[in-house]
Design a protein around this ligand. Structure first.
Ligand code: HEM
Length: 401
């Protein structure tokens, strides 16, 4: 455990109204830009909130993702992602590049023509079912919570009927304060057993999906070990699901709390891109990035970080930094410049960003066009979200039209 420092805030910070994060980050940026937080594991870290500093920590190689040494800080004590020696997110350059190369082609924006019909088909199918069932609908259960995992299953090659299993497992992984250690370990074990059996099946009956590209990187090109292959499929399924699902549900919720902006989006398809970027800026699904450790003393604008100290960046904090976003607490789909850091920066910049943007864009467009009178079916204050977890996904989003 890291040395105890005074005045540590409990982490994650308490979310603001409706589960979005805002005021606490602003206060911390103004009063305590390199403060201390107490992580759920009991370890302490600096919480970095200013835009420049967040960008620097994510880009600067002196901040490492290698947290696999005795006494390294942890977000949670057991079953922490940082323990895995085979996961892409736990490696620093240059070794990290070997992992990244295996997915580079499959996730390049040039793949959009391959993804678009898959995503559109899934969006249309879900919206057809919602329309057929009639109002009200729970857009978490019927749409946002289903779309990203259905897309990832389709692209990776996992059978669509197994999506429910993935939702359950990823729900447990992310419920840091709510799931017991036993539950987390069990979910992890079942998930990995599923992936191993799935890979065995695909080796016997190969197809033309992303999983086959990854299997070839392991078996033919020998760029990934077996354990790294399993972790890569896991990272894509988890990374491709929870963040996108949460952002989509929260984005629709925020748009419906701003009916004028929803109407503007509905009436002008050209606003879809800017609306997606504003939803991404405003509704970051968590603090947004994994812990780093300073490998040497490194200056930030907020102060100096000593070697060995853990650093947690706050992407919501950066995205609401008034030096980069005029009137940052205002949700505004008409923003022209929107250099948010929601997909990170540097070596670990989210490889799924082009796919997530496409999903959000087709989902918002589809909703606005199919349900022009879409509105919340309950008071916004009554919309429930997970509290106490690292992320604050909506538990349901009842809507009518
Ligand atoms: C709105 C949706 C998404 C958000 C907000 C998001 C955010 C992020 C962020 C901030 C990182 C960097 C974390 C860090 O540096 O500590 C990251 C990495 C990653 N994301 Fe995403 N992501 C999203 C969607 C996706 C999708 C759709 C996929 C898969 C197709 C994906 C797969 C990954 C992977 C594999 C990494 C690790 C990359 C590496 O270590 O090099 N993400 N994501």
């Amino acid at each position: 455990m890291a040395d105890q420092q005074p005045d540590a805030f409990p982490f994650p910070l308490h979310p603001d109204e409706f589960g979005t994060s805002s005021r606490q980050h602003r206060l911390r940026r103004e009063q305590c830009p390199l403060g201390e937080v107490l992580l759920p594991s009991g370890d302490q870290a600096h919480l970095v909130v200013a835009y420049e500093d967040v960008a620097k920590v994510l880009r600067d190689r002196r901040f490492s993702r290698n947290l696999r040494y005795p006494g390294a800080p942890r977000m949670v004590r057991e079953a922490d992602m940082s323990d895995h020696p085979d996961a892409i997110i736990n490696h620093d350059p240059p070794e990290h590049g070997r992992f990244r190369q295996t997915i580079q082609g499959a996730f390049s924006p040039s793949q959009e023509p391959v993804w678009r019909p898959v995503v559109q088909r899934i969006v249309d199918g879900l919206l057809d079912s919602i329309a057929a069932a009639g109002p009200p609908s729970d857009l978490v259960k019927d749409f946002a919570g289903v779309l990203p995992i259905a897309v990832m299953c389709a692209l990776v090659g996992v059978p669509a009927e197994d999506t429910g299993l993935f939702q359950e497992w990823t729900g447990v992984f992310f419920a840091v304060d709510q799931a017991s250690t036993e539950e987390r370990l069990r979910a992890n074990k079942e998930f990995l057993a599923y992936i191993r059996a799935f890979l065995d099946r695909r080796r016997k009956e190969p197809g033309q999906d992303l999983v086959d590209v990854l299997v070839a990187a392991c078996d033919v090109e020998q760029r990934l070990s077996e354990a790294e292959l399993v972790q890569m499929v896991t990272a894509l399924l988890i990374g491709g699901h929870e963040n996108t699902a949460s952002t989509l549900a929260r984005g629709v919720f925020t748009l419906l709390r701003h009916p004028g902006q929803f109407a503007a989006l509905r009436d002008d398809p050209a606003l879809t891109g800017p609306a997606v970027e504003e939803v991404l800026r405003f509704e970051v699904p968590s603090e947004g990035a994994f812990l780093r450790v300073a490998t040497e003393e490194t200056p930030l604008s907020a102060g100096s970080v000593q070697a060995g100290r853990a650093v947690q960046v706050s992407i919501p904090g950066a995205n609401r930094d008034p030096r980069h976003f005029p009137d940052p607490e205002r949700f505004d789909i008409h923003r022209t410049a929107n250099p948010h850091l929601t997909f990170g920066l540097g070596a670990h910049f989210c490889p799924g960003a082009p796919l997530a943007r496409l999903e959000l864009s087709l989902a918002l467009r589809g909703l606005a066009e199919r349900f022009p009178g879409l509105r919340l079916a309950i008071a916004p204050e009554d919309v429930r979200y997970a509290e106490g977890a690292l992320i604050h996904p909506l538990l349901s989003l009842p809507v009518a039209w």
